[in-house]
Design a protein around this ligand. Structure first.
Ligand SMILES: NC(=O)C1=CN([C@@H]2O[C@H](COP(=O)(O)OP(=O)(O)OC[C@H]3O[C@@H](n4cnc5c(N)ncnc54)[C@H](OP(=O)(O)O)[C@@H]3O)[C@@H](O)[C@H]2O)[C@@H](O)CC1
Ligand SMILES: Nc1ncnc2c1ncn2[C@@H]1O[C@H](COP(=O)(O)OP(=O)(O)O)[C@@H](O)[C@H]1O
Ligand SMILES: [K+]
Length: 500
């Protein structure tokens, strides 16, 4: 799915109105029906709803939703940001006029927002935030930032319409006043800012509601940002041949583990064995081999006589892809052997953890990273590779430069992991959860993505497919064990490719 910018969405809006049999009021009604339907399906009618309504079309959505939900039987209280109707957008004014007189205003004579009323709010009432959407510009003017601070101090759950009020659609959200939503019902596309660590937390759960913007416009729109959805994945996944034999599905080599770090090798191998590749060999210190062989007898081993990576595996040409770094350590002889590996093999590599740190410390080694590889830094490792960034915009720029220079894919891990291709396109993951923020989850990703590369997917396919299925495994594990109890080993058994 494409991620369009706020201004592109506005254009899509205008294009749809111009080229399809729908006017802006009807488009707003369609959006509002989608929002109201979500509320009906998810919120009990005994819960009161407090609508905070701004002056623009986001407010217009809020008023239309209040009307629809009032007719559906909800108790709706509407608070307007202004009592001056001439300040409202045309669509907002239209929907104000259509509001049934029985919907309660907090101050019927003024139709004005009154902060005092917050103290009267029942603790289980839900706030529908329709103060500001994609039209926010510059720093917030009062009274909005004060209202947002007040709302954020309340115990009540907040559902934001399109965007948490105050959030800008792309960049520049650090340190801003933004509504802290429990759920954001966003129209047609996720907005980039929702997926970035700067302010993404303010969205709570993101639900994307299609509103039928022109397909023609969307197809032609040019963007470098994409959202990894089930449909994208369906286009990547390959069928397994009926007459297949193990030789045609590739051989993954995992170079991981050092003294006392055999767990990383076990996690990495277990994940690679779920990828569909024909063979998995793990190169690890011979004294660390026992747990691997006991837990995953399907994996073969290539044993290093040292207690860290210090010898190249034999017959490197036999392998289709190499994963390196998990639990590797940074012993001087490991650095030397990694250098030798980079100079001896042109097979695509998945480079993670200490192998990334070695690349960060030894800049001259970067030129030997095989084209078509995948680097999987978490933000700390990324900083070591590219230096500090002042904001998310600069971070993305630095990642793009790294991907272009190495002619490789960069996976920046975290919530909504970003997969950056050498041409600059960035794909944001839609699966995964905070239960995955535990030791070893990255080792599982490295093993899985290496296996996919070996299996025959190219680097961007393996990266996108890998992060999506890895996140899905996390979501399944969270259903089974809960966010707190789930751990990285649980991910392995949930790594299934049953995409519908
Ligand atoms: N295509 C779609 O997806 C569809 C989108 N739709 C909906 O339209 C929404 C976008 O509506 P929009 O363009 O009217 O902007 P919106 O967010 O209401 O903000 C404008 C208001 O905010 C104010 N304001 C701005 N900056 C401010 C500041 N710093 N501090 C304080 N105030 C500030 C500004 O005031 P002004 O600057 O004009 O005085 C104006 O009053 C979108 O999010 C979605 O909900 C659907 O209805 C249908 C299809
Ligand atoms: N809050 C989160 N939401 C979704 N995924 C997360 C979150 N935190 C971590 N993850 C995922 O878990 C993995 C953690 O990797 P990493 O930090 O390398 O762990 P480790 O080094 O312990 O193996 C990454 O794939 C990352 O995307
Ligand atoms: K909003």
């Amino acid at each position: 799915m494409k991620i369009l910018t706020g201004s592109q969405i506005k254009e899509a809006d205008q294009y749809t109105i111009k080229n399809e049999p729908i006017d802006s009021i009807a488009l707003m009604e369609r959006a509002s029906n989608a929002i109201a339907q979500w509320v009906c399906e998810n919120i009990d009618k005994t819960i009161s709803l407090l609508f905070l309504v701004g002056k623009g079309n986001n407010g217009g959505d809020g008023l239309a939703v209040a009307r629809i939900l009032f007719h559906a039987g909800y108790d709706c209280l509407v608070c307007m940001l202004t009592d001056k109707e001439d300040e409202l957008s045309e669509e907002c004014r239209y929907n104000l006029e259509r509001l049934p007189k029985y919907v309660r205003f907090d101050s019927p004579s003024l139709r004005r927002f009154s902060i005092v009323r917050f103290s009267d709010l029942e603790p289980d009432a839900i706030i529908i935030d329709a103060l500001l959407g994609s039209g926010v510009k510059g720093d917030l003017r009062e009274p909005l930032s004060e209202i947002i601070d007040q709302v954020n101090g309340l115990p009540n759950k907040v559902i934001s319409v399109d965007l948490p009020s105050g959030m800008k659609t792309e960049f520049g959200n650090a340190g801003q006043s933004i509504i802290k939503a429990g759920v954001t019902l966003t129209l047609e596309f996720p907005k980039l800012a929702m997926l970035l660590p700067e302010a993404g937390e303010y969205c709570g759960d993101i639900k994307i509601l299609p509103i039928g913007l022109s397909k023609d416009f969307i197809d032609k729109a040019i963007t470098e940002y994409h959202y990894i959805t089930n449909d994208l994945i369906k286009g990547i996944v390959r069928k397994r041949d009926k007459f297949a034999h193990k030789g045609i599905y590739g051989h993954a080599l995992l170079i991981c583990g050092s003294r006392g770090m055999s767990g990383a090798a076990v996690l990495c191998a277990g994940a690679a064995l779920r990828s569909g590749c024909g063979l998995v060999t793990v190169h690890l210190p011979q004294l660390e081999r026992f747990s691997l062989q006991a837990i995953y007898p399907s994996a073969m081993t290539s044993l290093d006589n040292d207690d860290c990576f210090s010898e190249l595996p034999e017959n490197l040409d036999n392998y289709s892809a190499i994963g390196i770094g998990c639990g590797l350590g940074k012993a001087p002889r490991t650095i030397k052997t990694f250098e030798l590996l980079l100079k001896s093999s042109t097979k695509p590599m998945v480079i993670d953890a200490d192998a990334l740190n070695i690349l960060a410390d030894n800049y001259e080694l970067r030129q030997f990273v095989p084209e078509g590889s995948i680097l999987t830094p978490h933000p700390g490792e990324l900083k070591r590779l590219v230096g500090e960034w002042k904001d998310e915009q600069e971070k993305i720029l630095l990642v793009r430069e790294l991907a272009a220079n190495l002619k490789s894919v960069i996976i920046v891990k975290g919530a909504h992991t970003m997969v950056c291709l050498p041409g600059g396109n960035c794909y944001f993951n839609s699966t995964g959860n905070s239960g995955m923020a535990k030791g070893g989850s990255g080792d599982v990703l490295t093993g899985y993505v290496t296996g996919l590369l070996a299996r025959g997917y190219n680097n961007w396919q393996a990266a996108i497919l890998g992060v999506y299925i890895h996140g899905l495994a996390g979501d399944r594990a969270s259903v089974r064990y809960g966010l707190e109890a789930m751990n990285s080993k649980d991910l392995i058994d949930e790594l299934t490719l049953d995409i519908k």
